[in-house]
Design a protein around this ligand. Structure first.
Ligand code: NCD
Length: 321
């Protein structure tokens, strides 16, 4: 079946429609079963090349994209550029042009500057997937969060979802907000004033500065990491004080619905935004499941953009497999 999402690049969730999201999640859902079976190797992307170009450190996202591409039968090249030494602008474009000359089918790019991946996508003729650009977007994280929630709760529409913590520095929060509000969820941001997005209400969310009030009656409590590497000064007085007011522990979680699920995109700062007791509670925490869903979602995305690329090039998909 032709994918509903018809673009060659996946740069963000902001422009995704509800039918496009639903179709991507349905496709990912089917790959969950493949990933749980003994033989995980498919030939959907046989003969194709996926390049992971990461200008920022990453454990789960890079591994997840690599596994996803390999399970679909693609050849994968990982380029770890080392964040600080790479000059911006021209060098990024030069690197992209160099890689493009080697005819990859998909470039998966993570970069520390918001907008860098979009710029790069205009300079290449392969497909580009944004694996996180600065504070801007991280669309596959948004999709994997949505898949995790949909599988557990059976729907997204009408759910009360609190995104809590360092919202202002979080591309995960931005991608989740666009995606979850598009799917009809009621999204709340819960953060200290210094870590909240100003004018967030215009994104269709409500804003709270008190964790207990913010998560009251919620179905999902999503915690975010304090992103020290994106802070230049005193956004929080101390981690101990932060934990006291904004760290999720059992007492505060009791304000959410009794069956509320706890999420975190990782990596976690235990004892800062989340208590280990909650993070490791298999009855409440779906943090490991999020990682599992990540591979399935990336398989769906890689398949979709490669198909769309083939379509754009006038190559019949079946024959190119
Ligand atoms: C997130 C990221 O890198 O944006 N992690 C991830 O991709 N799983 C969140 C974070 O770094 O805190």
């Amino acid at each position: 079946m032709t994918p509903v999402f018809a673009q060659r690049h996946l740069l963000g969730t902001r422009s995704l429609t509800a039918p496009e999201i639903t179709d991507l999640l349905d496709r990912a859902d089917r790959y969950v079963a493949v990933n749980r079976s003994a033989n995980k190797k498919l030939d959907v992307l046989a003969g194709r090349t996926v390049v992971n170009l990461f200008y920022e450190n990453s454990t789960r996202t890079r591994t997840s994209f690599e596994l996803a591409a390999k399970r679909l039968g693609a050849d994968v090249v990982n380029m770890q550029t080392g964040a600080s030494s790479v000059a911006k602008g021209e060098t990024l474009i030069d690197t992209a042009a160099t890689l493009n000359a080697m005819h990859p089918d998909v470039l998966v790019v993570r970069h520390h500057d918001s907008g860098a991946v979009s710029l790069l996508s205009q300079k290449v003729n392969c497909a580009v997937v944004n694996a996180g650009d600065g504070k801007h977007e991280h669309p596959t994280q948004g999709l994997l969060d949505a898949l995790t929630i949909r599988r557990r709760k059976g729907r997204l529409e009408g759910l009360k979802i609190a995104i809590c913590g360092d919202v202002v520095h979080s591309r995960v929060a931005r991608s989740d907000i666009h995606l979850l509000t598009t799917m009809g969820a009621e999204v709340r941001l819960v953060a200290p004033r210094t870590l909240c997005i100003s004018g967030a209400e215009s994104m269709g969310v409500s804003v709270f500065h008190d964790l207990k009030k913010g998560i009251a009656d919620c179905d999902i409590v999503m915690m975010l990491r304090i992103q020290n590497e994106r802070m230049s000064g005193g956004f929080i007085p101390s981690t101990r004080e932060y934990f006291r007011f904004f760290g999720l522990d059992r007492e505060k979680l009791a304000c959410a619905k009794p069956d509320a699920l706890v999420m975190h995109p990782g990596p976690m700062n235990r004892g800062v935004e989340i208590d280990s007791d909650i993070a490791d509670d298999v009855e409440r925490s779906v943090i490991r499941e999020q990682v599992e869903m990540g591979v399935a979602v990336r398989m769906a995305v890689l398949e979709t953009v490669t198909r769309n690329l083939a379509q754009e090039r006038g190559e019949p998909w079946e024959k190119t497999k």
